[in-house]
Design a protein around this ligand. Structure first.
Ligand code: CA
Length: 225
């Protein structure tokens, strides 16, 4: 999953970056409105963490940018501006949640999972596809009752496909959501292929059904059968 953090305070920005990394996100960072705007227009994010008091203006304006790009991005405002009026404005402009500063990372994690559950329309902290259960917050994947060992990257790929179940995910979208846009496209497509191969090997070595369907020339999908 891919996140954008818009925060001008360097220490908080870094700790959010670390925290999201631990949660299996690939994260872009923006320090002001201008940077954030460029990224929101050119990239697609699952999650936006948004500070309101930015050096070049009000972060609330970015919610309009986001709306214009038609993205289905879960948004949490992080702000020291705790006034009721600001909260209401943020929610009215389409933010999913509002967390006043200072906050604990534990609380942020809970809020992130809640907004993502809403975005992906799931009830619990796991997605079930056939015999496969993919937990969203603990890097755990079960096949029936067997715990499967996957690398971080493999887990991220399976989680992203599972969250988008019954939809074809293109290889480019997948690589952008796993690695961001920092990787050269041709490289990252090779990465995707080889990780998918390794995932499949792990299923087949234990005689489990391969949950990933290849959509030839396009990408991959997981189907809830
Ligand atoms: Ca600020």
């Amino acid at each position: 999953m891919r996140a954008l953090v818009v925060e001008d305070e360097p220490l908080l920005r870094e700790s959010l970056d670390d925290h999201l990394f631990q949660q299996g996100f690939t994260t872009d960072l923006a320090i002001d409105k201008r940077e954030a705007e460029e990224l929101l227009i050119s990239q697609e994010y699952d999650l936006l963490l948004l500070d309101l008091s930015l050096p070049d203006g009000d972060g609330l304006d970015l919610l309009n940018t986001l709306k214009a790009t038609d993205a289905n991005t879960a948004t949490i405002i992080l702000s020291a501006r705790g006034e009721l009026e600001d909260r209401i404005l943020g929610l009215e402009r389409g933010s999913d949640d509002y967390l006043p500063k200072p906050f604990s990372m534990l609380e942020l994690t809970a809020r992130i999972h809640a907004v993502l559950r809403r975005r992906f329309k799931i009830q619990d902290n796991y997605v079930k596809i056939g015999e496969l259960t993919i937990y969203l917050d603990t890097n755990t994947i079960l096949y029936k009752d067997n715990n499967l060992e996957f690398t971080d990257t493999e887990y991220r790929i399976l989680r992203y496909l599972a969250l988008n179940k019954n939809k074809t995910v293109t290889r480019i979208t997948l690589s952008e959501h796993i690695w961001g846009d920092k990787v050269d496209d041709r490289f990252s497509l090779d990465f995707v292929n080889s990780h998918i191969k390794n995932i499949r090997r792990k299923f087949s070595s234990r005689n489990f059904t391969d949950p990933i369907k290849t959509v030839y020339g396009i990408g991959y999908r997981m189907e809830d059968v």
